[in-house]
Design a protein around this ligand. Structure first.
Ligand SMILES: C[S@@+](CC[C@H](N)C(=O)[O-])C[C@H]1O[C@@H](n2cnc3c(N)ncnc32)[C@H](O)[C@@H]1O
Length: 260
């Protein structure tokens, strides 16, 4: 008999194995088009793109016409199947879809990219996975390339959002039942061996910045346009870094990059 103690470990790969949409706030074409437009603005050009965790291709479909070469990767077969259907319907020939996760993807790539992006994916990764992802991605980035991580969940903003802070009729007393319900859900999730929040984990902008700095990137923080509690991070190679390290060493101080 399955009990809380012997229940098999939860895995996101299993969770997504039969999913067919990315769970955007609205699944209308109009909304997805607007979301994609916001993302294309921040991607800001480039000729080749890797969309890691592309899911059902709901945004990818809008990226493809803007790039010469596109690779979409995801560890969910069902999601990739949906993405493939969309690409086929549009007769797009410049896109490859790869079944892979954050570890296996790198050996399956045969080109490097001007842009490497991931939308609503970082929340399913641990800080260690994010660190390894950025390190690997760095090796597959063309000169002046960028890694653009979209819609990361901000822990502070997400808590506020859950308690209704952003709603028009926010009243403090209304948050109390929500707090109670939140605690109940967390305990119940732990007992069911599920993640504390099915939306995944939040990661602070400082954590992402620290990891990015460690791998020689500087970061730009951008608020998400369509999700109150999410933010984007744009990572570009910090070309001034060696100079700053030399300056710091000359002054006899330890550059902050070394402290991670
Ligand atoms: C919320 S969906 C977003 C999909 C797509 N980026 C979009 O915005 O429509 C998250 C996707 O990331 C994929 N994913 C999560 N963790 C992954 C990992 N470690 N390796 C590969 N894919 C992953 C899931 O299978 C899922 O398709």
């Amino acid at each position: 008999m399955e009990t809380a103690l012997n229940r098999s470990k939860f895995s996101w790969a299993e969770y997504f194995s039969d999913k067919k949409t990315g769970g955007h706030r609205y699944s209308t074409e109009e909304f997805l088009f607007k979301e994609a437009k916001e993302k294309l603005f921040h991607l800001n050009g480039g000729k080749s793109l890797l969309d890691f965790g592309c899911g059902a291709g709901e945004l990818l479909i809008y990226y493809v016409p803007n790039y010469e070469r596109v690779v979409g990767a995801d560890f969910s077969n069902s999601m990739l199947f949906e993405a493939e259907k969309k690409m086929w319907q549009q007769n797009y020939k410049n896109v490859d879809l790869i079944l892979a996760d954050d570890e296996t993807i790198w050996d399956k790539l045969n080109l490097s990219f001007d842009r490497i992006t991931a939308t609503e994916v970082i929340q399913y990764m641990t800080p260690e996975q994010i660190d390894a992802f950025i390190q690997h991605a760095s090796n597959y980035l063309n000169e002046e390339g960028k890694i653009v991580l979209f819609d990361i969940i901000d822990p502070k903003l997400y808590s506020l959002w859950k308690f209704g802070w952003f709603s028009q009729n926010f009243r403090f007393w209304k948050t109390l039942p929500r707090v109670g319900m939140g605690c109940f859900k967390q305990i119940s999730a732990i007992l069911k061996n599920r993640p504390r929040d099915i939306i995944g984990d939040s990661h602070s902008p400082y954590l992402i910045e620290k990891i990015a700095n460690k791998h020689g990137f500087k970061t730009e923080y951008v608020k998400s346009m369509y999700y109150e509690y999410r933010y984007h991070t744009i990572l570009s190679k910090d070309i001034m870094r060696p100079l700053r390290i030399c300056e710091a060493l000359a002054e006899g101080s330890r550059p902050s990059y070394f402290t991670t």
